[in-house]
Ligand binder design. Structure first.
Ligand code: FMN
Length: 190
């Protein structure tokens, strides 16, 4: 089973990455491995709405998104981890999602089936927000859902934590790390 993850926080060893690491540990203890893309360290140009993918389903920009496109095509499980920034997903995540417009064209304009492997695809969304308001969770999930469905992930689970702001604060949460570990294990179930 091919499992990939996107870490969307620019903060190294921050709350999102700490949570993601626990998911990865759960996946690994279930006998699988995870290829993680640290989006902040990647050179991904925002979608230019140039229409280049309309007729081919392929983006004409050549940058680090190429390796992500390839990984998405081969993935059975996709983990998306993001801090909540301005009531939504981080810019690092949003840039990557917008570049999936090529999948959108392939699927909805060209009416091609985005091939999936022998396992039904599943997604997992992790979000961490500093505020207690949950509007960011709703906006973030709506965006993530559009991403998952576009790349033919028909269902996803979500775990999120609010009121977690300072770097490392997630470590004080009574259940977050254990929840994330269990979510990782569960993700590998058929
Ligand atoms: C640019 C920016 C925007 C933010 N906007 C929100 C927000 O709208 N809602 C919220 O709950 N937290 C917001 N936060 C707080 C972060 O979500 C919070 O600090 C989180 O723990 C960061 O996770 P990280 O350590 O993985 O980067 C914002 C932080 C930054 C830097």
């Amino acid at each position: 089973m091919k499992i990939i993850a996107f870490c969307g926080s620019p903060r190294k060893n921050g709350n999102t990455e700490t949570l993601l690491n626990e998911v990865v540990r759960g996946v690994e203890d279930a006998g699988h491995s995870v290829e993680t893309f640290y989006l902040n360290a990647m050179a991904i140009k925002p979608c230019q709405d140039c229409g280049g993918c309309n007729e081919t389903g392929e983006c004409i920009i050549k940058d680090d998104m190429d390796q992500i496109t390839e990984a998405i095509r081969n993935a059975d499980r996709i983990i998306l981890a993001s801090p909540i920034f301005f009531f939504s997903l981080s810019a690092q995540v949003k840039v990557m999602i917008d570049r999936c417009q090529s999948f959108w064209c392939e699927k909805y304009l060209l009416k091609k089936t985005i091939e999936t492997g022998k396992y039904e695809r599943k997604g997992l969304l992790l979000m961490v927000g500093g505020m207690k308001k949950d509007i960011g969770v709703h906006c973030g999930e709506a965006c993530a859902k559009a991403f998952f469905r576009t790349i033919s992930v028909p269902e996803h689970e979500m775990i999120y934590y609010l009121g977690i702001d300072a770097k490392g604060e997630i470590l004080q949460h009574p259940t977050a790390l254990a929840d994330a570990y269990e979510a990782g294990k569960k993700l590998t179930a058929l």
